[in-house]
Design a protein around this ligand. Sequence first.
Ligand SMILES: *Cc1c(COP(=O)(O)O)cnc(C)c1O
Length: 296
Amino acid sequence: MTVVAVTPFDEWGLRLPSPLQEIADDRLHARDVRLLLKRDDLIHPDIPGNKWRKLHHNLVAATALNRRALLTFGGAYSNHLRATAAVCHRLGLASIGVVRGEERLPLNPVLAAAVRHGMTLTYLDRGSYRRKDDPALVDALRRRFGDVHLVPEGGGNEHGVRGCAELPGEIGTDFDVICCASGTGTTLAGVATALRGRQHAIGFSALKGGGFLAAEVRRLQQAYGRVTGNFSIETEFHFGGYARSTATLASFVADFRQRHGVALDPIYEAKMMYGIVALAGRGRFRPGSTLVAVLA
Ligand SMILES: *Cc1c(COP(=O)(O)O)cnc(C)c1O
C-alpha cells in the first residue's frame, strides 16, 4: 500500500472555501442583526465540514511521518469516525475506529458506512473509554495496531485546531460575532484564534454540562500555541444533552426549514441556531451587528 501525497485533496471535489449565505430572518431583523451562514455542511457529502477541517492537518502530519493508518475514537454515532474512514479510504491509509461501548449488530448506518470505507472497528467499555487518553491504554492500542497516527476523539488536537483556524479567513466580509455548535470545542478553539480586532466567537454546547468546554478550548489553544480571550460558551441550549431533542427543538427545525430552505443538523446546528434566535430576542447582539453562524 502506498501512501499518496497530500495534494490530491483538491481533486476530491471538496467545496472550499465553503459558501457564505445570507439569511433574512424577521426575528433577527427585528433586532437589526444580520445573519450569514457559513455552509461548511456543503464541503463534502461524506466528510461534514468541520470534520474535514479537523482531519486535514492530521492527514498531512500522518503522511509526513509515513504512518500507514489513522486510529481515532468516537461514539457509535460519531460523524468523526465516519469522516475519518472516508478520507483514509481516499488516501489509501488504513483506519481504526475505537468505539465507545459494546458492539451492537447489525451495525448502525454510521458505523456501517465507516466499515464500507475499510475502517477496522474495536470497542472499549464505557469505563475504559473514559480513560482513553491514559498512556497505558494508548500503548496497548499501539501495540495492537502498530505504527498508527493517533487522532483524539472529534479531531481534538493541535492539527484539528489549525484546520479550524482557516475558517475565518474564508469569510470575505466584515462580521462581529461568529457562532458554532460545540462538542469537543475544537472548532471554537481554532476559529477564535483567527479572529481580528473586536470580533468574538460563541460556542453553543450540544452536550449537557458544557461547563468543561471553556477549559478544554483553552487546552486546545495552548496545544496549538495561541491562547485567546475572545470567545464565550453558551451552556443553556443543550435540549437534554447530546443527541437529545424536544418537541420545541423539532418544531424550530421544521420552521427554519420552511422559512429558509435549510435543514439544520439536529444534533448540533439546530441547538446553536435556536440559541442565536433566543439570544437575539434578549437583545444580546448589538443593533447593526453581523453574525456568522457555522453550519458543519
Ligand atoms: C462534530 C460536529 C460538531 C462539533 O465540533 P467540535 O469541534 O467537536 O466542537 C459540530 N457540528 C457538527 C455538524 C459536527 O458534526
